[in-house]
Design a protein around this ligand. Structure first.
Ligand code: ACO
Length: 431
C-alpha cells in the first residue's frame, strides 16, 4: 500500500473526519475510507463499484481516457507485437519478463500439465450434448478441486504455484474437450510438442480420421487473441475470483466462479452476442434500423461489441485485434464474408453517429475477436470459452497476489437498506 501524505476532509453534521489519500504509481488518487464506518458510522454507496478501488495491485494498469493498457508496465500493443502468450503469462504471474532459461522452464512446466485426469472425462459425458461449452467449463473447472488435492491448500505457496500452472495448462484442454463433446466428436488429447496456441487449435479441429496441420498464421492469430485477453485488472470476473477466494475457497472453485461471471453478455459473453447480432443484421442496408434501436431509450437493445466501462476513447486491444482480423481474413480469403461486411459498415456508421460519439462508445475487443474466431471455424458458442481460457492467467495472477497480501480479508460489501423496518409476524389466517 502506497504511503499517504495527502488527506481529504469529510464533514458530516458539522463534525470533521480526515481521510487518507493514497497516490498510486499511475492513475487517480484513491481516498481511503476503510475506517469511515468505525469513525463516522456511515457507509459509502457505489453500486457497480464505479468509483471504488477494491484492492491494491501491481499487475495491470488501465487509463481508459487515454486508451492505455499496461501489464507490469509494458504496453499491450508491444506485448501483442513482440511477445507471445506464455511469456505474457510469466510476466503477469511473476512480475518481470523471463530470461530465456526462465521462459524455457516455464513453458516446460505448463506443457507437462496439459493432460486431464482420465476420470474427468466422465464429467464431460454427464452433460447433454447441446450444453453450452461455458456451462461445461464452469462444471469441469470446479470439479478440478476434487481431482487435484495436492494443490488446493491456499496457505502453501508451493500448492498455489502448482494450482496456477495446472489451471493455465489444462484450460485449453478443457475448453477444446467441451467443444468436441458438444459436436459429438472424440476428444483429442494435448500434444506437448506443439506451442500453446497450436495445441489448442489442434485439440479443437483435429479428428482421428485425418491429419491436422496447424497453419502458423492462424496459430499466431490465436496466440494474439489469448494475449489480448490475458488480464484486465479488476473487471467483473476477476473481482468475482477475488471475492470468492477472499473466504479461503480453493483455487479451482474460485476460477469456476470467474468463468460463470465471464459468461454474461455484458462481459465475456459479448463476443458471442456481437457475432449473433451481426448475423441478425444480415445485410448492410439493415444497419440504420439496428442503430436506431440501440439509441432508443425504450428499447433494451444495445450494439454488442460497443462501449466499455473503463475505455472511453478507444480500446487499445481492439486496435491490435482489428489488424489481426484483416490479416486472418485475407489469409483465409474471406474478406468479402457478409458478416464482415456488416461489421465494417456498422463500425463506420456508429462512429459517425453523434449518439455514440457523445456517450464515448467505441468498438471494444469483442467486436473484432468474434470475426476472427468465426473465420477460423469456431462456432459462436466457443467465443466465450476462448476468452475464459485466455483470462485464466489474469484470474490466477490476481488470486495469487491477493492470497499473498497481508491485508487480505474476506470481501463483504455493505448496503443502503430501503426495505421495511422491523414489523411483527402476522399469522396466516389473519393475512
Ligand atoms: N449500445 C447502445 N448504447 C449503449 C451501449 C451500447 N453498446 N453501451 C452503453 N450505451 C449507453 C447506455 O444506454 C447509457 O446511456 P444513458 O446514459 O443515456 O443511459 C450510456 O451509454 C452509458 O452506459 P452504461 O451502461 O451506464 O455504461 P457502463 O460503463 O455501465 O457499461 C458496458 C459498459 C456494459 C460494456 C456497455 O457499454 C454495454 O452493455 N456494451 C455492450 C456489451 C459489450 O460489448 N460488452 C463487452 C465489454 S468488453 C469485455 O467484457 C471484454
Amino acid at each position: 500500500m502506497a504511503d499517504s501524505t495527502k488527506t481529504a476532509k469529510l464533514t458530516i453534521d458539522g463534525k470533521d473526519y480526515e481521510l487518507p489519500i493514497h497516490s498510486p504509481t499511475a492513475g487517480p488518487d484513491v481516498l481511503d475510507i476503510r475506517k469511515l464506518y468505525a469513525q463516522a458510522g456511515v457507509f459509502t454507496y457505489d453500486p457497480g463499484y464505479t468509483s471504488t478501488a477494491s484492492c491494491d495491485s501491481t499487475i495491470t494498469f488501465i487509463d481508459g481516457d487515454e486508451g492505455v493498457l499496461l501489464h507490469r508496465g509494458y504496453p499491450i500493443d508491444q506485448l501483442a507485437a513482440k511477445s507471445h502468450y506464455l511469456e505474457v503469462c510469466y510476466l503477469l504471474l511473476y512480475g518481470e519478463l523471463p530470461s530465456p532459461s526462465e521462459l524455457e522452464d516455464f513453458e516446460h512446466r505448463v506443457t507437462n500439465h496439459t493432460m486431464l485426469h482420465e476420470q474427468m472425462m466422465n464429467f464431460f459425458r454427464g452433460f447433454r450434448r447441446d450444453a453450452h461449452p461455458m456451462a461445461v467449463m464452469v462444471g469441469v473447472v470446479g470439479a478440478m478441486s476434487a481431482f487435484y488435492h495436492d494443490s488446493t491448500d491456499i496457505n502453501d505457496p508451493w500448492q498455489r504455484e502448482v494450482a496456477s500452472i495446472r489451471l493455465i495448462a489444462k484450460m485449453p484442454t478443457i475448453a477444446a474437450m467441451a467443444y468436441k463433446y458438444t459436436i459429438g466428436q472424440p476428444f483429442e488429447y494435448p500434444r506437448n510438442d506443439l506451442d500453446y496456441a497450436s495445441n489448442f487449435l489442434r485439440m479443437c479441429f483435429a479428428v482421428p480420421a485425418e491429419d491436422y496441420v496447424v497453419n502458423p498464421i492462424l496459430s499466431r492469430a490465436m496466440d494474439r487473441i489469448f494475449t489480448l485477453h490475458a488480464d484486465h485488472e479488476q473487471n467483473a470476473s476477476t473481482s468475482t475470483v477475488r471475492l470468492a477466494s477472499s473466504s479461503g475457497a480453493n483455487p479451482f472453485a474460485c476460477i469456476a466462479a470467474g468463468i460463470a461471471c465471464l459468461w454474461g453478455p455484458a462481459h465475456g459473453g459479448a463476443n458471442q452476442a456481437c457475432l449473433e447480432m451481426l448475423k441478425e443484421i444480415g445485410t448492410p442496408d439493415r444497419i440504420p434500423e439496428f442503430i436506431a434501436r440501440a439509441k432508443d431509450k425504450n428499447d433494451p437493445f444495445r450494439l454488442m461489441g460497443f462501449g466499455h466501462r473503463v475505455y472511453k476513447n478507444f480500446d487499445p486491444r481492439a486496435t491490435v485485434m482489428k489488424e489481426s482480423a484483416d490479416e486472418v481474413l485475407e489469409l483465409l480469403g474471406v474478406e468479402n464474408n457478409p458478416t464482415l461486411q456488416v461489421a465494417k459498415e456498422l463500425e463506420k456508421q456508429a462512429l459517425e453517429d453523434p449518439y455514440f460519439a457523445d456517450k464515448k462508445l467505441f468498438p471494444n475487443v469483442d467486436f473484432y475477436s468474434g470475426i476472427i474466431l468465426e473465420a477460423m471455424g469456431f462456432p459462436t458458442s466457443m467465443f466465450t470459452p476462448i476468452f475464459a481460457l485466455s483470462r485464466t492467467v489474469g484470474w490466477v495472477s490476481q488470486w495469487k497476489e491477493m492470497i499473498g497480501d497481508p491485508q487480505n480479508k474476506i470481501g463483504r460489501p455493505r448496503q443502503l437498506y430501503l426495505g421495511e423496518t422491523a414489523r411483527d409476524y402476522v399469522d396466516i389466517e389473519k393475512r
